[in-house]
Write a protein that binds this ligand. Sequence first.
Ligand SMILES: Nc1ncnc2c1ncn2[C@@H]1O[C@H](COP(=O)(O)OP(=O)(O)O)[C@@H](O)[C@H]1O
Ligand SMILES: O=C(O)C1=C[C@@H](OP(=O)(O)O)[C@@H](O)[C@H](O)C1
Ligand SMILES: [Mg+2]
Length: 181
Amino acid sequence: MPDVPGGPAASAPRPVPLPIVLVGPMGAGKSRVGSRLATSVGAPFVDTDQRIVERHGPIEEIFAREGESFFRAVEREVVAEALREEAVVSLGGGAVLDPATRRDLAGLAVVWLQVSADAVAPRLSGGTRPLIADGGLERWIRIRDERRPLYAEVAGLTIDTSRRSVARIVAEITEWAGARA
Ligand SMILES: Nc1ncnc2c1ncn2[C@@H]1O[C@H](COP(=O)(O)OP(=O)(O)O)[C@@H](O)[C@H]1O
Ligand SMILES: O=C(O)C1=C[C@@H](OP(=O)(O)O)[C@@H](O)[C@H](O)C1
Ligand SMILES: [Mg+2]
């Protein structure tokens, strides 16, 4: 029987390799795109920051109480666990600082979401990200520049999200990942 447009074959999720992992700087859209991508490919969604919050409380409180190095240790544990799951996994922007995480990402389907400083400014306003609580956009640019080689090292696909809709980004990732399945 031929496929009917809009029928079951057309709406079935496309097979993709899992995990698919999203990396990139704060505000690039990892959490938002990851959630939509997971729905689109019919996979569970894991946001490692959300998992940290469930287990240890709000991120800004962890930074204030225990410091960044404690946060990074907790993050490493949660990331290592998530990368073993058949899921769409959105990492926090600084997760790639950990060499063991970079080793774990080798060979996985990793997407680097980029965003320009102009486009990210409104996305970050009113947020609670502790690393840019003081220093704002200039600090964001410095952190983004420092980490650029680390994102480049782990990613197999790069997408500039500055002027793209979430739906289009999801479609581009699905197409790329589908070709790797
Ligand atoms: N492609 C996009 N275009 C416009 N706004 C976006 C886009 N992707 C994400 N956003 C918005 O930017 C903000 C930060 O997104 P988020 O997914 O939390 O980024 P990240 O997890 O990379 O820090 C959110 O308000 C989100 O709705
Ligand atoms: O870049 C970073 O070091 C961080 C990014 C945040 O996640 P998002 O990239 O999802 O904003 C969060 O993990 C924490 O505030 C630290
Ligand atoms: Mg996020």
